[in-house]
Design a protein around this ligand. Structure first.
Ligand code: ADP
Length: 601
């Protein structure tokens, strides 16, 4: 496949090079190979040629009565090249023109071409471009053709100007002459306003006869194609003259003749034509050169592009490989990241659980610290509670021993000593009770007892204390005579009721204290209700904690105590299989209630 593409390219290159060589050969042939070769006429021919005697510098009869001028020199040079023999005759223009139109002679030595004349004679290729001009005397008001309307215009009869002016019907007065020297003479002498004639011819006469009062005004009027006229139908002669004309132009004789009669301009033209030829040749060579260079350039460029494409493909492949490796690394990294994230999550979880443990440690610590504080407060309170009765005992014992008290004072002192002793015993009992409850050493001794009788005993015992503070103490409704018996530890229940009633009296300044019980399912619910100072709701949750006391503030005065009474109650109630609860409102009173199963094993 690749081989066939290369072969095709090579074949294309060879074809293009061959075309370039053929083109080059044609160009060289066109510009540089002598066209006169191979056109030599084999058949010598004699032709009759007429020339006018008074149309210099084109044609005229010289001093030696010989035809002379550009036309005669040129036709002779052509005749030599194409092997023609010329038989000359001369005459006036109007006459010789008629001769060729009649076909009496083969050719004339020159005539301006026109459509009308084409109908009468055949013309060779142009000999030169001839122009007509407007001639005036110097100082004339006529500056161009626009100014000649209605003027007297000199023209030569039979000249192309005559045909044009007459045929086109110009608005001028025509003054006819019969030769070009007559034209110059009459115009120079003041006849007519202006004249129209062949520029070269009139200029030649002016120079020759040193006439300097005439001048050309305005641009050329007509550009005439000047040719050899040949009798109509003699195309062989036309072709022969054309070939000859081509040869003399090529070999330089035309330019020599032109230069002789019209000045050096032809040399310049010749040089110009030579230069143009060289420029065109150089340009074509350059184009071929650049074309070939371009071909090689393209070939080289394609080769380089191919190489570069291969390199790029390789680079792309390497890049893809590198990308894949990178992707693999990325994946590995992602997996690692995921496992790290997982690990992180685990660590966070561990941290959370550690924080929880820490929190619980902190809480435990705080609790322990709070307990410590509570215990310290308790010890301080306990010391105070012990100190007061002991002080009473010591001071009254001292009075009895060393003083001489009256019998009544003596009685009172003994009473105080006794009460203080009981108080101390009670305090010690409570402390022991708490420690037993906390260590779980408390024992229960159950018995069947009458609840009504228990209430009666409690009423008897606390009535005096309540009365002392002007408080009413009542047992609710039928609680006294209900006849309810319960199988439980009577001593503990009384202990609980004692604590609750003591508190009710202690924390009440007015109103009534009510105790009682009611059956709820399989339990008997006891309660002690007072109209005392009440307990704020935010304090209620801690109220059963050992050593907990509500601090005195503006709304609450300071009460004595150790903060273990309610903790003992709670411990004992739970020991008996029940639960204790509180319902209270600040300033309105409290109601402590606990339930004891009717029979608890
Ligand atoms: P204390 O020896 O201080 O009375 P308690 O354990 O018996 O100890 O009571 C704890 C706290 O509960 C008391 O300090 C008191 O402030 C409050 N309290 C107990 N009973 C009552 C009540 N009936 N009315 C108001 N406050 C009470």
């Amino acid at each position: 496949m690749k081989l066939s593409i290369i072969n095709k390219k090579r074949n294309g290159l060879i074809i293009v090079l061959a075309l370039a060589l053929i083109l080059g050969w044609f160009i060289v042939k066109l510009f540089f190979i002598d066209k006169s070769e191979g056109v030599k006429e084999t058949e010598r021919r004699t032709i009759s040629v007429m020339t006018t005697s008074n149309y210099p510098p084109f044609e005229f009869v010289n001093e030696n009565e010989k035809p002379d001028g550009f036309d005669n020199d040129l036709i002779q040079a052509i005749a030599e090249e194409v092997d023609l023999e010329l038989e000359y005759e001369s005459g006036l223009w109007l006459d010789i023109r008629k001769e060729v139109e009649d076909g009496s002679v083969h050719a004339l030595t020159g005539m301006n071409n026109s459509i009308e004349r084409e109908k009468l004679v055949d013309f060779t290729n142009p000999i030169l471009i001839n122009s007509h001009a407007l001639f005036v005397r110097k100082g004339s008001s006529i500056k161009s053709l626009n100014d000649i309307r209605g003027k007297d215009v000199i023209i030569q009869k039979g000249d192309i100007a005559y045909e044009k002016i007459i045929n086109e019907g110009w608005d001028v007065n025509v003054i006819l002459t019969y030769s070009s020297d007559e034209f110059v003479r009459r115009l120079s002498a003041g006849e007519g306003d202006c004249g129209i004639h062949t520029r070269y011819v009139i200029t030649y006469h002016m120079n020759k006869n040193k006439i300097d009062n005439l001048e050309v005004v305005g641009p050329a009027i007509w550009q005439n194609i000047y040719c050899f006229p040949v009798k109509e139908g003699d195309s062989a002669l036309v072709n022969r003259l054309n070939r000859g004309l081509e040869i003399v132009k090529e070999n330089g004789r035309y330019d020599e003749i032109y230069g002789k009669w019209f000045g050096v301009a032809t040399e310049w033209q010749k040089e110009r034509w030579q230069i143009i030829r060289w420029i065109i040749f150089a340009a074509i060579l350059l184009i071929i050169f650049f074309f070939v260079i371009n071909l090689f350039w393209n070939y080289e460029l394609r080769r380089k592009i191919k190489e570069r494409t291969q390199t790029l493909r390789m680079q792309i492949r390497q890049r893809k490989e590198a990308e894949e490796k990178l992707k693999e690394k990325e994946n590995a990294l992602r997996e690692r990241n995921e496992s790290l994230t997982h690990l992180n999550e685990e660590i966070e979880k561990t941290n959370e659980s550690l924080e929880k443990v820490n929190d619980s440690f902190n809480k435990a610590k705080e609790k322990a610290e709070a307990n410590n504080l509570l215990k310290s407060t308790f010890l301080a309170n306990l010391s105070h509670e012990i100190r007061t009765p002991i002080s009473g005992i010591v001071s009254f014992a001292g009075l009895l021993q060393y003083g001489h008290p009256e019998p009544q004072e003596r009685e009172e002192g003994l009473d105080i000593i006794l009460k203080s002793g009981h108080q101390l015993l009670h305090l010690i009992d409570e402390v022991l009770e708490v420690s037993k409850i906390e260590s779980g050493e408390q024992e229960i001794k159950k018995e069947l007892f009458s609840v009504g009788r228990m209430f009666n005993e409690l009423l008897q015992f606390f009535q005096p204390m309540a009365s002392e503070k002007n408080l009413e103490l009542i047992v609710k409704g039928d609680s006294l005579n209900s006849g309810i018996f319960i199988h439980s530890d009577k001593k503990r229940i009384i202990q609980i009721m004692n604590n609750l009633l003591t508190n009710a009296i202690k924390y009440s300044e007015q109103g009534c204290i009510e105790m009682g019980c009611k059956l709820v399912d399989q339990s008997l619910e006891f309660y002690v209700k007072d109209d005392g100072i009440g307990i704020a709701s935010d304090q209620q949750k801690n109220i059963f904690m050992p050593y907990w006391q509500i601090k005195a503030d503006r709304s609450r005065k300071s009460y004595k105590g150790t903060g273990i009474g309610l903790a003992i109650c709670k411990g004992l109630v739970e020991l008996l299989g029940g639960s204790i609860s509180l319902c209270s409102q600040t300033g309105k009173g409290s109601c402590f209630s606990f339930d004891i199963p009717l029979s608890h094993k």
